[in-house]
Design a protein around this ligand. Structure first.
Ligand code: NAD
Ligand code: TYD
Length: 350
């Protein structure tokens, strides 16, 4: 029976990966290690927390001793590393936190894996989840490929770029069996309502202003989170050691066009007169160092592992909006701090 460590499993993407692995692989033991920052909520995993092959450990990847002991105790054969500080705006207000978690935390995991994995390396796998933001910004044309030069602009993307370099260095220097993927912007259920799509759904519903940075002309390539989780499953099991895979949705949207589409869908769902929600659009000061355009060439992943996105964006966006409208209680819980109480009830009072 394999024991797999998933870090950051209580976050947005991590919770989808945990859910997929726990359900699809009953013969794996899945250990979810998460610090439960503002972005990590065990409420995201209520439907799998009782599965016998799932367990949760509350802990900080910056704590090297804890990580080393966890590796000794659990004898992991695989790591899927998602834990990170992930919000660009927070990285602008507090860059240092991003260095601790994203860089030092990653190096702690690499060290623990390196010391714990002395033999049968072909059966081990350290999978680092990264972002397309490490490549910097595109102009009007072109796509990020796996060969695009790293050129990060925000403290978030700089910290992720640094962690990617450490992962590759541990492969080249110590022979650690690593694989990396760099994915575009994800959307879907359980995303903390601070990122564009869930924030704007929440604000439209509550008739609050929609703060569009700059002119709203920045372009992002959106991928449904469950398609990302499927790609992670493929790459973890079948990706080639030492390789990088780009993951993207072939789905570029200018922010303002995406926001207008969301407004139209929400007018319909909330039975509002057409054009009502668009009136909430408020142009605000641009984000410092705001990357103009991200777009991913994921042909390597499609060619080697036969992965393609499953959902059309309009369909995925509708599903996502429906989910947030139906899960107002979740939104209240994750923003109110009630989830901390939930954690105590579930795990400390047993
Ligand atoms: P998220 O912010 O929703 O979740 C991050 C999780 O990591 C949370 O559960 C948090 O509690 C945990 N965490 C943070 N610091 C920790 C620490 N020091 N120790 C242990 N746990 C800690 O992030 P997300 O959007 O789910 O992103 C997950 C990963 O995917 C990140 O590595 C991110 O860089 C990458 N990524 C995200 C996107 C995206 O669009 N969201 C796109 C590409 C790549
Ligand atoms: P975000 O969801 O923070 O993801 P990222 O910065 O990692 O791409 O933002 C997506 C885009 O939306 C980005 O161009 C910034 C913009 N944005 C706004 O215009 N207003 C907002 O309130 C937020 C959170 C983002």
């Amino acid at each position: 029976m394999k024991t797999i460590l998933i870090t950051g499993g209580a976050g947005f993407i991590g919770s989808h990966v945990v859910r997929l692995f726990v359900k699809k692989y009953p013969d794996y033991r899945i250990v979810n290690l998460d610090k439960l920052t503002y972005a990590g909520n065990l409420a995201n995993l209520k439907d799998v927390e009782k599965y016998p092959n799932y367990s949760f450990v509350k802990g900080d990847i910056v704590d090297g001793d804890l990580i080393r002991k966890l590796f000794e105790e659990k004898q992991f054969s695989g790591v899927i590393h998602l834990a990170a500080e992930s919000h660009v705006d927070r990285s602008i207000s507090n860059p240092t936190e991003f260095v601790f978690t994203n860089v030092i935390g990653t190096v702690n995991l690499l060290n623990a894996a390196r010391h714990s994995w002395k033999e049968q390396l072909e059966e081990k796998r350290f999978y680092h989840i990264s972002t397309d933001e490490v490549y910097g910004s595109l102009g009007e044309a072109g796509l990020f490929t796996e060969e695009t030069r790293y050129d990060p602009h925000s403290p978030y993307s700089a910290s992720k770029a640094s962690s990617d370099h450490f992962v590759r260095a541990y492969h080249d220097t110590f022979g650690l069996p690593v694989v990396i993927s760099n994915c575009s912007n994800n959307y879907g259920s359980f995303q903390f309502p601070e990122k564009l799509i869930p924030l704007f759904i929440h604000n439209i519903r509550n008739n609050k202003p929609l703060p569009v940075y700059g002119k709203g002309e920045n372009v992002r390539d959106w991928l449904w989170v469950e398609d990302h989780a499927r790609a992670i499953d493929e790459i973890f099991h079948r990706g080639r050691v030492g390789q990088t895979y780009n993951i993207g949705g072939h789905n570029e949207w200018k922010n303002i066009d995406l926001i207008r589409l969301m407004c139209r869908i929400m007018d319909r769902k909330l039975n509002r007169v057409g054009g009502t929600s668009e009136k909430l659009i408020t142009y605000v000061k641009d984000r410092a160092g705001h990357d103009l355009r991200y777009a991913i060439d994921s042909s390597k992943l499609q060619r080697e592992l036969n992965w393609t996105p499953s959902l059309q964006f309009e369909e995925g966006l509708e599903k996502t909006i429906d989910w947030y409208l139906e899960n107002e209680a979740w939104l209240q819980e994750v923003t109110s701090g009630d989830y901390q109480k939930y954690y105590e009830e579930q795990y400390l009072k047993r």
